[in-house]
Design a protein around this ligand. Structure first.
Ligand code: DP6
Length: 324
């Protein structure tokens, strides 16, 4: 039976995706830039089986809840449409990071699923088509397809909204030290959050200025200019959280320890270290630094009350097939 296995890394956004122009196709209102996280991965196997009456899914050895299953089944229907096939599949996915760690597995999960499912279905997609396919499962998943440092062009339709690599994983020795302050699942995940973005008065200003921030961030990466990078990354994260906090209803993801980590990062930077923070739709803080500071940054973070653990990662490769 046709079968394929793929591996993909999650990514951390430096310029954030928040809000959709087309929620059905996940066409974002602004472009975004991210880095794949090489130490974390999802490994997904898809095996089509004519004997099945529905898709079967296990994540880390267990059947997921109904919402996750429906989301994957819809995605598989799209793949079946593209491949003109009617067969259901066994899908098994494993993450090497705990589901309850507060690190979203949807980006790496849907990137790996896109490659495994399209390959097993006999589709030969190029990297651009594969990125656009992953986007249909989870917006940020399109950024886990290319390698290293990645930009997602917002585009206007299914074919023009995809991500491409700006620089390879070895280009810049950045490290992400993720300060885990809460392992619990978010009450309002990014799925519901995107639809609230437009209810904030600040979203229009955030989106209007996005091309400028994208260009500054891209340039800072290409020039390995940490100071400019830190400035634009923190500004972009604060802008997104300002939109979240002023949405109706308000979305406040920060916890006291989140703010304690942010303050500590600013202090470390004043002390001369190359370090900055960025925060997604949750309370955990991604502390970005460079290789030479990463051990001392991680140690400092571990001592902040409320920080449960620190996961460190270097830049990662793109989505790829592996032996079944
Ligand atoms: C805050 O890609 O998780 O992490 O398409 O609904 O799966 P869905 O949303 P998702 O949104 C990511 C939001 C973010 C910012 C980012 O990664 O750019």
């Amino acid at each position: 039976m046709p079968k394929a296995t793929a591996i993909a890394h999650p990514n951390i956004a430096f310029i954030k995706y928040w809000g959709d122009a087309d929620p059905e196709l996940r066409i974002p209102v602004n472009g975004s830039i991210s880095m794949n996280l090489g130490s974390l991965h999802s490994r997904t196997t898809v095996e089509f089986d004519p004997g099945l009456a529905l898709d079967e899914l296990t994540i880390n050895g267990r059947p997921p809840g109904d919402i996750a299953l429906q989301r994957v089944a819809r995605f598989m229907d799209h793949v079946r449409n593209l491949a003109d096939c009617k067969t259901f599949a066994h899908i098994t996915s494993e993450n090497n990071f705990p589901m309850g760690s507060g690190i979203a597995s949807s980006a790496s999960g849907f990137a790996a699923l896109s490659l495994a499912a399209s390959t097993a279905a006999g589709l030969e997609l190029d990297r651009v088509e594969l990125s656009a396919l992953a986007r249909r499962g989870s917006g940020s998943a399109c950024r886990s397809v290319p390698t290293g440092f990645v930009e997602w062009y917002s585009g206007q339709d299914d074919a023009t909204s995809y991500a491409e690599s700006i620089a390879g994983a070895d280009y810049w020795n950045l490290r992400d030290c993720i300060a885990i302050v809460n392992r619990a699942h978010k009450e309002t995940g990014s799925l519901a959050g995107h639809s609230l973005a437009g209810s904030s008065l600040l979203q229009e200003a955030r989106v209007r200025d996005a091309p400028r921030r994208l260009s500054l961030c891209r340039q800072a990466i290409l020039e390995r200019d940490f100071q400019s990078f830190a400035e634009i990354v923190e500004l972009d994260s604060n802008l997104m959280h300002a939109v979240m906090m002023t949405s109706q209803p308000q979305l406040v993801y920060w916890q006291p320890a989140t703010l304690a980590v942010m303050q500590s990062v600013v202090e470390m930077r004043s002390g001369g270290m190359q370090v900055c923070f960025t925060i997604d739709a949750g309370p955990n803080v991604h502390v970005i630094t460079i290789d030479e500071y990463s051990t001392s940054v991680a140690k400092k973070l571990e001592h902040i009350p409320g920080v449960n653990e620190v996961l460190a990662s270097s830049p990662g490769e793109g989505t790829r097939l592996i032996e079944n």
